[in-house]
Write a protein that binds this ligand. Structure first.
Ligand code: AVJ
Length: 323
């Protein structure tokens, strides 16, 4: 399929970053018995900014824990990256963790970040180009689950996938397996794949991380309402909902919801939706893993776990998968 160039970013398929629109997914999600939206819609420009603010919070341990792990493992990681490699990052955001890899592995020739946020992707591409003039940066504006082929610059090179942040935790186990199988196909035979996974830990610490005392995560969650109001002409009353973070032990996941504080009706894109008092809109799952459990999941998608770097407190792991 054809790729278009638009504001320096490459778009897959006819200049539209995805086949289904925000509108399609919202109309479908609000019609479900348990109202739900895909978490990828958090990341408009404001949502990406709020997510970066979350990453700085004392309560939100994953970012700093993984940064420290990557720094301590940087030499080991550099040693598994071949000369002239292409580093392909899924959901690259501000590309901050990437810098640890690029600093340790000057043999990386091409950096291909894939992200759904145009603002985050163009900002990151610009700053990586400025700071790593020897690296060819080939950004792809796309929902990373839909990336079907590598940018031209990355082809015919040894490929290393990079998927930090435990973003894989947004997928159900079935979706995660499908994503890992797709990534295996995209990255190709012989590829290495570095994946960050958040590990199961005490409930209080998990809930605090997703319902921080400063309310930044609440603002991040509610920004979805703001986005629907702006982009879909909806009339959500922001004070009519509260942010909830719940540990679902049976599924081993944190769930984020927006809970309606009263019986209310919302109009959106010419339709109406009713919320009962206490009814929720389920906005995110964030699965927490064990290394053994994740390794079994990856194996079902054709990857074998070659190495792992773990931090005990707070529990977090970076694993190296190999085809
Ligand atoms: C970007 C999916 C890894 O699940 O921890 C942070 C998103 N949501 N706080 C996560 C998020 C609320 C984050 N991921």
């Amino acid at each position: 399929h054809q790729r278009w160039m638009f504001s320096g970013l490459r778009l897959a398929r006819d200049g539209v970053p995805q086949g289904r629109t925000f509108r399609d997914d919202v109309l479908e999600g609000l019609s479900l018995p348990q109202k739900a939206l895909p978490p990828k819609y958090f990341y408009d420009a404001e949502g990406s900014r709020l997510f970066e603010a979350i990453c700085e919070l004392e309560a939100y341990y994953p970012t700093r824990t993984e940064l420290a792990l990557l720094r301590s493992a940087a030499q080991d990681i550099a040693a598994v990256i071949p000369d002239g490699a292409a580093l392909v990052e899924f959901g690259s955001g501000a590309s901050l963790k990437t810098r640890i890899v690029l600093d340790a592995a000057p043999q990386v020739a091409v950096y291909a970040p894939i992200d759904i946020s145009a603002a985050a992707l163009s900002g990151a591409a610009k700053s990586i180009r400025a700071d790593y003039p020897n690296v060819i940066v080939a950004p792809l504006l796309e929902d990373f689950t839909r990336a079907l082929d590598l940018p031209r610059e990355a082809r015919q090179r040894p490929v290393v996938g990079f998927f930090p942040g435990s973003t894989i935790g947004n997928f159900t186990p079935t979706e995660a397996q499908a994503f890992l199988a797709g990534a295996r196909h995209l990255l190709g035979e012989g590829a290495a794949f570095l994946v960050g996974i958040d590990l199961v830990k005490p409930e209080a610490q998990l809930v605090e991380a997703y319902d921080d005392p400063l309310g930044v995560t609440a603002a991040f969650n509610k920004n979805l309402l703001v986005r629907m109001n702006r982009e879909l002409d909806a009339d959500f009353v922001l004070d009519g909902y509260r942010h909830r973070a719940i540990w679902n032990a049976a599924e081993s996941r944190i769930e984020m919801h927006l809970e309606s504080l009263s019986d209310q009706t919302v109009s959106l894109a010419g339709r109406t939706f009713h919320f009962k008092a206490g009814e929720t809109l389920h906005t995110e799952n964030s699965y927490k893993f064990t290394v053994a459990g994740f390794s079994a999941l990856a194996a079902k998608a054709g990857w074998r776990l070659e190495r792992e770097w773990t931090c005990a407190h707070p529990a977090f792991a970076v694993v190296l998968l190999r085809t």
